[in-house]
Write a new protein. Structure first.
Length: 112
């Protein structure tokens, strides 16, 4: 696993999934993109509907290409998950990543 993959994995926690479920309630869709901006001190997670963000002129073409499909369609394993979303991470050192995240609660109060 690369150093970038380790950095992204370190951000995936209950707080991220709570942000996802809050956004599902707000937008009334599970087809979401979460952006984690490491430079934001108070609340680094922002949620957007995938259809809206993929047409953004600020996103690189490579990211737009990844966002063409919902995260739940990216791999067979994602289809049975309770939560599937795109995560774009913007690190303070200008490194970035765009990955499909999937998770399923293992137990109440446990980690996904």
């Amino acid at each position: 696993m690369s150093a970038l993959e380790h950095r992204v994995q370190a951000l995936i926690d209950d707080r991220l999934f709570k942000a996802y479920w809050d956004a599902v309630s707000h937008f009334q869709t599970k087809d979401l993109v979460l952006i984690f901006n490491e430079e934001e001190e108070v609340d680094p997670v922002f949620a957007y509907m995938r259809e809206r963000i993929r047409s953004s002129t600020e996103l690189p073409d490579l990211v737009k290409a990844k966002l063409q499909k919902p995260a739940s369609d990216v791999a067979v394993e994602l289809k049975s998950s309770e939560a599937s979303f795109w995560l774009i991470v913007l690190f303070s050192d200008e490194e970035a990543a765009c990955v499909a995240i999937n998770g399923k609660a293992i137990a109440p109060g446990g980690h996904a």
